[in-house]
Design a protein around this ligand. Structure first.
Ligand code: DQA
Length: 143
């Protein structure tokens, strides 16, 4: 099974940005967790991060016919991007939405997720472990 992990804007700033909300683990720690999880689960994984909405749309489109599952944290674009929602719908690859923080218990605007409308599952507030849980779900359902 091949899984694509996509992270949106500012996720590369983990460990620096708002540690009270996102924790002190770094972006490098997240990549290591994803890599280790993939190895343990016996799946191939590619990781992609961008601060640019169009680049994320391009990456989702490029996944068509190449990946069996997507784990996506669209970060701030979660709450604004119809383009990412449409791209996920266009490729039809099973996608799991991940949020490090508990977006339901923050500002009102974070309760809206466009991308989530195209996802088979959402994991929020489980910290970095949420990525591992998302991968486990994809392997269990589609592996
Ligand atoms: C986030 C939550 C978003 O509201 C925020 O804009 C982010 C990160 C999370 O992982 O908790 O950048 O997606």
């Amino acid at each position: 099974m091949k899984i694509l992990v996509i992270n949106g804007p500012n996720i590369n700033m983990l460990g620096i940005r708002e540690p009270g909300i996102y924790g002190t683990n770094t972006y490098g720690d997240l990549l290591a967790l994803i890599q280790t999880s993939a190895k343990e689960m016996g799946v191939q994984v590619k990781h992609f991060q961008s601060n640019h909405e169009g680049a994320i749309v391009d990456e989702i489109q490029a996944a068509y016919g190449k990946f069996d599952g997507i784990v996506i944290n669209p970060a701030a674009y979660t709450h604004t991007s119809v383009a990412i929602l449409d791209a996920l719908k266009a490729v039809g690859i099973p996608a799991v939405e991940v949020h490090i923080s508990d977006v339901d218990n923050r500002e009102e605007f974070r309760k809206i997720s466009y991308a989530g409308l195209a996802c088979v599952k959402t994991i929020k507030g489980h910290g970095l472990q949420g990525y591992r849980e998302a991968m486990e779900y994809l392997v269990a359902q589609y592996g």
